[in-house]
Design a protein around this ligand. Structure first.
Ligand code: GDP
Ligand code: IMO
Ligand code: MG
Length: 427
């Protein structure tokens, strides 16, 4: 069994943390391949709840090596405080590996993220304000700082000075902010160097050697397919590739090594931040989904926008990721509705459209075409097998599977590890 990818099939917060943790006990490596501490992955183990932002969810499984791949952007202060928070709770984090090629989120990247959003006003993206976009922009502009730069003071100083030359012009002249002193940034970054040193490694070599030895490697995506910089609802997206291809570029493992791509799919839909969302609800059903589903951001504490399941999006995610399976989460949240609307297509300017339109203008005009599926009222949180589910819940899952373009191999019926129905084994 070579490598597997686990990623978000919607706009993030599908339950990737729980799904990763569930598999973490049976895999050798869990690797984050993109994003940074914009992610908020909740893992519930027994009566303990963990909110992970930068660390792979495999960190909670003792036999598993957690890896931060080259495609991730790392805020060292967040990383160190996340590590010490886990250590205080008795979690051993000593196996963590960090790619020397991962880029560092510097304090000026965080500043630029915040001032840019403020400047955009009504047109803002609603970013998490963690410096993600500006850090990826620096990477692409070839003025980024990498983890390995922390170990060469002269190179680090030159790179920070080069990056700030331009940024300070923009900060002072355009945004009316104070200039940032390069030497202070360098001093702060050097202060992290020794603390991070034990973790820094050639993760490309380690992961490829592990695969040669038939070890099992799980790639854990942050965000989701519709937040992908290429395949998402641009410009209302994040600045990396959460889609399956990102697992290759973000880790240095080739696509021929990946045998399974699992899309985590919520039984309804949520989104945080700005951007189009055809099935969004503004009524009491939306309120109820938010309340019952606990739909509040783990990272920013913002209320998540909520809506019904959108099969057009699920089909799109199956296609752009080459999904082999779906893991349907939060089915329990839908308990109690007499009828559950599911979006099967869009109506765009009077025409029925079955697939996600490539034109952003069309997508902004898309109105959901709903099919009503009968609901159920029985508590499903104790269900262990598919046949334990009430008939209408079974039919809801089957209908979603038929519409969505890949088999549903697991179903979440609660936040805990064991609140899962496994249909086809992932390993
Ligand atoms: P992630 O970003 O994809 O890891 O998802 P988040 O952790 O941001 O949000 C998912 C939320 O749903 C978390 O609070 C999880 O504990 C919770 N959760 C995950 N799966 C299930 C499920 O099947 N049922 C219920 N009720 N909650 C779930
Ligand atoms: P997980 O991994 C949901 C959203 C932000 C914003 C947009 C860009 O927990 O699913 P960014 O700070 O990345 O530049 O913000 O992307 N966003 C997420 N939404 N879940 C996430 O992560 C997200 N990470 C970023 O709200 O709309
Ligand atoms: Mg989340």
């Amino acid at each position: 069994m070579p490598a597997l990818v686990l990623l978000g099939a919607q706009w993030g917060d599908e339950g990737k943390g729980k799904a990763t943790d569930l598999l973490g006990g049976s895999v050798d490596y869990v690797v984050r391949y993109q994003g940074g501490n914009n992610a908020g992955h909740t893992v519930v183990v027994g009566d303990q709840k963990y909110a992970l932002h930068l660390l792979p969810s495999g960190i909670l499984s003792p036999g598993c090596t957690p890896v931060i791949g080259n495609g991730v952007v790392v805020d060292p202060s967040v990383l160190l405080s996340e590590l010490s928070g886990l250590n205080e709770r008795g979690v051993d984090t000593s196996k963590l590996l960090i790619s020397g090629n991962a880029h560092i989120i510097t304090p000026y990247n965080v500043t630029v993220d915040k001032v840019t959003e403020r400047f955009l006003g009504k047109r803002k993206i609603g970013t998490t304000g963690r410096g993600i976009g500006p850090t990826y922009a620096d990477k692409i502009n070839r003025v980024g700082i990498r983890v390995q730069d922390l170990y060469d003071e002269s190179i680090l100083t030159q790179k920070v000075e080069a990056a700030l030359d331009v940024k300070n012009q923009i900060l002072t002249k355009l945004y009316n902010r104070r200039a940032i002193a390069a030497d202070q940034v360098v001093e702060e970054l050097l202060g992290y160097a020794e603390k991070l040193r034990p973790y820094v490694a050639d993760t490309v070599l380690i992961l490829n050697q592990a695969l040669e030895q038939d070890k099992v490697v799980l790639f854990e995506g942050g965000q989701g397919t519709l937040l992908d910089i290429d395949h998402g609802t641009y410009p209302f997206v994040t600045s990396s590739n959460p889609t399956a291809g990102g697992a290759c570029t973000g880790t240095g493992v080739g696509p021929t090594k990946i045998s399974r791509v699992i899309g985590i799919l919520k039984a309804y839909t949520t989104r945080v931040g700005a951007g189009p969302f055809p099935t969004e609800l503004f009524d009491e059903d939306g309120e109820a989904l938010r309340r019952i589903g606990g739909e509040r951001g783990v990272t920013t504490g913002r209320d998540r926008r909520c809506g019904w399941f959108d099969a057009v999006i699920a089909r799109y995610a199956a296609r752009v990721n080459g999904l082999t399976d779906f893991f349907l989460t939060k089915l329990d949240v839908l308990t109690g509705w007499e009828q559950i609307p599911v979006c099967v297509a869009y109506e765009i300017d009077g025409k029925r459209v079955e697939e996600l339109p490539y034109s952003q203008t069309d997508f902004h005009h898309a109105k959901p075409v709903y099919e009503m599926l009968p609901g159920w009222s029985e508590d499903i949180s104790k269900a262990k097998t598919f046949s334990d589910l009430p008939k209408n819940a079974q039919n809801y899952v089957k209908a979603l599977e038929e519409m969505s373009g890949a088999p549903i191999s697991a179903i979440g019926v609660g936040p805990g590890r064991d609140e899962t129905i496994e249909i086809n084994s992932f390993l």
